[in-house]
Design a protein around this ligand. Structure first.
Ligand SMILES: [Zn+2]
Length: 315
């Protein structure tokens, strides 16, 4: 088990596993970056283990083959994992063929999970397990399913073959079809505490913990773009000279960087509010203005005007 935190969720799942009572459909939900996907991957390993160890024994053929898959997924290398292709040559969904025949990992294709991907899942489900006694389908970011995809999935969930387990990972329950949610057993994962966060991030960075609100996923992104993060901090600090120079700097950047600045800023504003350093009215006004600016920038709004209008709310 790689998770350092989430003791409650972990012991609950372990109990179900050891009693052989893992339901056919499980929904793991919670904020981004708290280890939902990792938890679902580890659970998959256990479900498929030939020796029935709750989190996998690590030594059987199933565990060995899924471990390399897990490593590659966690490293974000799913591009390099073979894609399943229909006879027409159309890429349908990520199918880890040849790595573990009874496991598929289904992440969004671009910005959404599409119906073609779920059709692929249905084909997979009705084949008999090859290596393990079960089959596991991990649907990542399930909240990004299109309406059609969700309806297609619902049909399979209504009558799942006994040997299959659906693990749905989602940032929230609300953004899923209620009919899907009601067919799953739900497990909530909570935000990470500082210690677990530092351990997963690999360094003690108080600034990243605060800026990301405890999301390791977001913190890794922030770390990649420390230049933009630094400018966001200048804005939050509020020194007018710094704000002026950050505006001049950002004006030179492309739209993508400007949008990134706004995204980081929004997270930071939310976090400032949660620490009660910003009252609700200003928080709400800022979030609303950020949303308007986002749309405005795409239409050619000048970044300096946008930031000054935010700055006037901030003060
Ligand atoms: Zn095993």
């Amino acid at each position: 088990m790689r998770l350092k935190d989430q003791e409650r969720a972990k012991s609950f799942l372990e109990k179900l596993q050891s009693q052989g009572k893992i339901p056919n459909a499980l929904l793991l939900y919670g904020p981004p970056g708290v280890g939902k996907t990792t938890c679902a991957l580890e659970l998959s390993k256990g479900l498929l283990c030939q020796r029935g160890a709750p989190w996998g024994c690590g030594g059987c053929a199933s565990c060995e083959s899924i471990e390399s898959v897990i490593d590659r997924i966690l490293l974000g290398e799913w591009e390099s994992i073979s894609l399943f292709e229909e006879s027409a040559g159309r890429k349908v969904f990520l199918y880890l063929s040849g790595e573990h025949p009874d496991f598929i990992f289904v992440p969004p294709d671009g910005t959404s999970l599409k119906i073609d991907q779920i059709r692929g899942v249905r084909e997979f489900v009705y084949r008999k397990p090859a290596l393990s006694g079960r089959k596991v389908i991990l649907i990542d970011d399930a909240h990004l399913m299109t309406r059609e995809a969700a309806n297609a999935l619902l049909k399979v969930l209504e009558e799942p073959p006994g040997h299959t387990h659906f693990l749905l990972v989602s940032e929230g329950k609300e953004s899923l079809l209620p009919t899907i949610v009601s067919r799953t057993h739900q497990v909530e994962l909570s935000p990470l505490d500082r210690e677990s966060f530092y351990e997963l991030l690999g360094e003690e960075r108080e600034d990243l913990y605060r800026a990301s609100g405890g999301s390791v996923k977001l913190a890794r992104e922030l770390r990649e773009r420390e230049d933009v993060l630094g400018l966001v901090e200048d804005f939050i600090e509020g020194d007018p000279r710094k704000v002026l120079s950050l505006v001049q700097e950002m004006e030179k950047r492309d739209l993508e960087d400007k949008l990134l600045f706004l995204r980081f800023l929004e997270d930071r504003v939310r976090e400032t509010f949660l620490r009660r350093e910003l009252d609700y009215d200003r928080f709400e006004a800022m979030v609303r203005r950020i949303e308007e600016i986002r749309a405005g920038l795409r239409r050619g709004l000048r970044f300096s005007l946008a930031v000054y209008s935010l700055y006037s709310i901030r003060r």
